[in-house]
Design a binder for this molecule. Sequence first.
Ligand code: FIX
Ligand code: ZN
Length: 988
Amino acid sequence: MEPLTRGSSLAEASCVCLGSGRFLRAVLVPAVEAAGLKSIVFQTRGNSFLSMMYGPRRSKGSYEVDTVEFDGRTLTTSHPIIAAGTLGTAEGQKAWAALPAQLPHLRVIGVGVTEAGLAPGTAAMKDLCQFLYACFKADIQGPLSIINTDNVPGNGPKIRSFVTEPTQLSKVTALPETSKEMEDFLSFLDNKVVFHSTMVDRITSQRVGDGDVPRAEPLPTKALVIEDLGNVLPAALEEAPGVVIRRTAGEIEIDHSLKLRVANAIHTAMVYCMALSRMPDTSACIGHPLIMPYIQALYEQDIVRMTSMGIPLAEVQSVYDDWVRRLQHPQFGLGCLFVSQNASQKLGLRLLPTIRASIDAVGLPGPAFAFAVAAMLRFLTPCGPQPRLAPNVFMGSMDPKPQAQPTEDNPKRAKRSNGTEIVYVGDLTADFEAGTYSFRDGEGTVPRLLQAAQAAAGAVGLADEGKAGRIAVLHSAVSKVLSLQAGLDSVAATPFVSLVAAYYVKMVDGAPCMEVLRPIVEEAISMKNIPVSAREDMGTELMRPLRPGEIARVVRDEMERVQVVDLHTHLFPPSHGDLMLWGIDDLLTYHYLIAEYFQTAPRAMAPASFFARPKAFQADMIWAALFVQRSPLSEACKGVLTTLEKLGLRQELRARDLSGIRRWFAEQDPDAYCEKVFSLAGVKYCVMTNIPFDPTEAKHWRPAKKAYTRRFRSALRVDPLLKGDWETVSACLTAANYPQTLEGARQYLRDWAETMQPEYLMASTPHDFQYAGKEGDGGSCQSSKDGKKGGQEGIGQGCGVTMIDKSPKGAELLEKVLIPVAEELSLPIAMKLGAHRAVNPSLGTAGDGLVAADVGDLRRLCTAHPQVKFLATFLARVSQHEAAVLANKFPNLHLYGCWWYCNNPSIIREITAMRLEILGTAFTAQHSDARVLDQLIYKWSHSRRVIGEVLAGEYVSLAQTGWKLTREEVRRDVERLLGGAYEEFMQK
Ligand code: FIX
Ligand code: ZN
């Protein structure tokens, strides 16, 4: 053995590692290195590590570790060590025994030998004992800390007992010569050596193509917890990243319980339903519409109850937050079937403590927890023919594949299938295509019990009269399993067992487990189901006065957490086929970017020829001009970057790889992707813009209304009315057999409102719009086109039914069609004021500009119609102040959002601050106006950040007056600003 770098000496080492496995290399050595300690690493068998360090690839005495960040970037770090050795050769053994005599500064002995090595009489324990004896002989003063990285609770005392047990001692090669020496050695172990208990945690695999380099997730908050009751560890170790030192007895047990009951339990609760739904890997939870809210419900309804053990909520919450983040690392998912092993045992270890805590506290754990147990039992139910397999191995079958067929409406939808049988561990296999898996569960007691119950239930029959009998048979099997495996046979547990049985029966009777889960999640989302006591636990934290220094962080958290209502978008659900815009080409051809492109486009690229080309061509042009030849600095460009980055496409973005980005989008299924976007963007629901005058859209409503998810609500858009575009209106009336009268137009709106069930009626005003007030109120309607007095001009009989012989103007149609219908149907009118359409007509939508609208129009409307509610947003920055003052005067007016040219961070900042100062929280801070689904991701992420910064600033100035604020109040205000105030206004 020789030092790896010239000029260094073995004597510099203060840490020796027995083993060279991933935890030692990716956790312990970097930790002691951060504390300024140098290490020697001995592998227990073979010589791969040794030859890497000394062989031709020898790289200045360091080995590498790859850390894959959450955004996909890989960070490679080098870790210098003093020397490396192996216990796999006689020579290495000798070097090992001779080492302590050369290490005057030895303080830490790392032991990483796998769980099997942690037993009495193993080679590893012998080697450790040998080494400690050599330390004793060398009179090392210590204290010596044994730090094990094998993650076995109570590992410190366990290793101590293995090392000191007599048979072990008798194996030490250089036996203590006399019994006196043996006594001295034992007292050395007692006095100079501390066997610390530890907990280690970092998911680590290996670099692709180079098994010698560990590839790890970012350091978790508690990568290495060490119990140090006697305070003997080198002090600097406490500062090392990922290291937590516990100095009070019992603390590390709490760390273990937290890991079991939060992280491990969540893994167990998710993998069975995921595997049954044919998801091979836990990372499929990322953006999944049901799995992530399910996890949240498990936590909020039950897991959080760890506070009853005296653990502060903040601690439980931080373990949960850390785990949820790690779970969503796209590159460190674990095989669902791999995690599913030893189900019954895990039921006892990971789920039972929480089930008991909830039963004790409120009598019944939440439905999500009952579902978790039911899904596990469904997984453990042998299904279909049972071929001859190894003893205690059974076959199960997954849920049927969802029936999503490509439709004409949705050509982008494509299904791929390439499943084959895989070995997921040892002799167990799965075929995600065929939907089968083999599994083992201890001695097979539970699967056999469930199998027998299935057979008995089958014999009772599926007929109606047999149904109750079947249910009783299955119910009693579930109850037996839970009493056998989890001791859940008390009277107190009965309601829980019944709930598990109810879900289980549904699943074995054919309901896919995701369908059983869906209503549970929906109910949890609506928060109805969170038990009162859990709310109380959380309440303590929510109601604690915040320190000024915490405000910014709490506001940021709450801003991230809130599910927003997006009250105006141009989005459509997947059921609307091509009307749903999504994906990279739609993102790049957003009209904001088209306008930006034409600012500098070559003369040869005339708008007409640009628009005549396919969308992909247009996207290529824009990509090249705005993202390759220039830096994408504008808000619209940055939006594309944020969106792609949040979708996990950072690598492609960095490589400016448009084809790679396109490939990624081509693989997405529109329905699943749509849910993913809503969940990534944190949008509860959005309001669409539904235009009955547009035939391509109208066909999705009539004759049969398309069904769409709770994510989409409708708004009935009537711009042609305010524009005074009687030509369009009357063409639509004629086509649909309505008379060309004002009453015809009103009936047309009533009928469409009946069809669309809109949230509100909506219109943007033309740039020359003028509204003078209500007839008879001293005001009059004026024409939108020529500014002449409107009144009854152009209409046969005012609001009557006579045919119209001249075109009515915009303000008149507002007054005589829109307002009466809004009043009659109690629908608010949403106004968008300040657009100047077609400033450059050749650019289409991209050619719309802005004017400073007359805020007085809105004032006159609010005055003239106090019984009608108006939602309003202005496009020009100059209008914002006057509008805020107006909203302060009229309870029937609600301001919303920073629209279009105001949707830039600098202007959002200014408008939001001004609105908060004038209106408090009685307004809606933002709407996205997204036209392309994916834009929800960036528009909301950017806005959350800016609005949060402004709000935090306002709170800090509140705090300066001595005003105490709680997280609950911050949460209430944030919810109000991003949807709550709108919903309150709508309820008014
Ligand atoms: O009138 C509107 O709803 C505007 O939002 C649109 O006309 C505009 O094109 C837009 O998309 C702005 O964001
Ligand atoms: Zn819009």
